[in-house]
Write a protein that binds this ligand. Structure first.
Ligand code: ATP
Length: 242
C-alpha cells in the first residue's frame, strides 16, 4: 500500500536527516517506526505527507508510492484525498473550537451531510469521551482527550492509512495502553493501515505486527514485532534492558 524506496531528506540544503530509508506497509497492516530523539522518524512521516517545512526540508532522492501513485508529485491535500493522513506530533487541534467543530473542519468540503454524520458517529463510538466533552473548547480537554480528538479528526478524512506521530507523548502509561488498544481496534475493524511513530518502543511493540528501527536517519533493523521484542539489542537499547 505504502512503499518508500531509498528516500533521502535534506534540511537547509546541507543537513542529511534521512539517508536512504526504505520501508513498506501492506494494506491494512499496522507497523511501527521506532527510534530515539532525532533519529528521523518525524521527518520520514513528513516526507510521506508532504508536510516538510517549506523552504527548509526537501526530499532529494528516492520514491514514495501510495497505492501505486507517486506521492512526491502531489501537493499535501491531494495526498490526503488519496487516502493518507498524518496526525502530527503535539496534536495540533483547533484549541478554540469544540471537538465537534474540529471534526467538521477535517471533513472534506464536498462531502455529504449524511456521510459526515456517519463518520462522526463512528469516531464517537471509538472515542465516547469526545461526545461527553462536546461543548468544551478543545484547548480545555485533557492531553489524552486531545490525542483522541486528533485521531478522530484524521478519521473524518476516511483514510486508508493513518500515520501517527508519537501519540503517547505526555500521556500516562494507562492512557497510552487505552489509546493504543483503540488504534488497534480501528485497524482491525475498519481495515485502516497504521504507521505508528514512537519513542515508546515497549508499548508500540505490543500492538503492531511489524516494526522498523531508525537510527541516525537510517533503518538499522526491521522485523516482526514478536521477534524484535526478543532481540537482545532491542531489549537493551529500546526496551530499557527489560
Ligand atoms: P523526535 O521524536 O525528537 O521528533 P525524530 O526521530 O522524529 O525525533 P526528526 O524530528 O525527524 O527526528 O529529526 C531528524 C533530524 O532532523 C534531527 O537532527 C533534527 O534536528 C533535524 N530537523 C528536524 N526538523 C528540522 C527542520 N525543520 N529544520 C532543520 N533540521 C531539522
Amino acid at each position: 500500500m505504502l512503499e518508500l524506496s531509498n528516500v533521502e531528506v535534506v534540511y537547509d540544503r546541507v543537513f542529511l536527516a534521512i539517508k536512504g530509508v526504505s520501508l513498506r506497509i501492506g494494506k491494512g497492516q499496522m507497523i511501527a517506526l521506532l527510534g530515539g530523539n532525532g533519529a528521523g522518524k518525524s521527518t520520514t512521516l513528513k516526507a510521506v505527507s508532504g508536510l516538510l517545512a517549506p523552504e527548509r526540508g526537501l526530499v532529494t532522492r528516492g520514491e514514495i508510492r501510495f497505492q501505486g501513485a507517486d506521492m512526491l508529485a502531489l501537493a499535501p491535500p491531494a495526498r490526503v484525498a488519496s487516502g493518507l493522513v498524518h496526525v502530527l506530533e503535539g496534536r495540533r487541534i483547533f484549541e478554540h473550537l469544540t471537538p465537534e467543530a474540529n471534526l467538521l473542519a477535517a471533513y472534506p468540503l464536498r462531502g455529504s451531510r449524511k456521510r459526515y454524520q456517519e463518520l462522526r458517529e463512528r469516531v464517537l463510538t471509538y472515542f465516547p469521551r469526545l461526545g461527553e466533552r462536546a461543548r468544551t473548547k478543545a484547548g480545555y480537554l485533557s492531553g489524552g482527550e486531545q490525542q483522541m480528538l486528533a485521531i478522530g479528526r484524521a478519521l473524518m478524512t476516511e483514510p486508508e492509512l493513518i500515520m501517527l506521530d508519537e501519540p503517547s507523548l505526555g500521556l500516562s502509561p494507562l492512557l497510552v495502553q487505552e489509546i493504543f488498544a483503540i488504534i488497534g481496534e480501528i485497524n482491525r475493524e475498519q481495515g485502516v493501515g497504521v504507521l505508528l511513530v514512537e519513542q515508546n518502543a515497549a508499548a508500540a511493540l505490543e500492538v503492531v505486527d511489524h516494526a522498523y528501527l531508525l537510527e541516525n536517519g537510517q533503518v538499522v533493523m526491521s522485523g516482526e514485532a514478536a521477534v524484535l521484542r526478543e532481540n537482545p539489542d532491542v531489549q537493551e537499547f529500546y526496551l530499557g534492558g527489560a
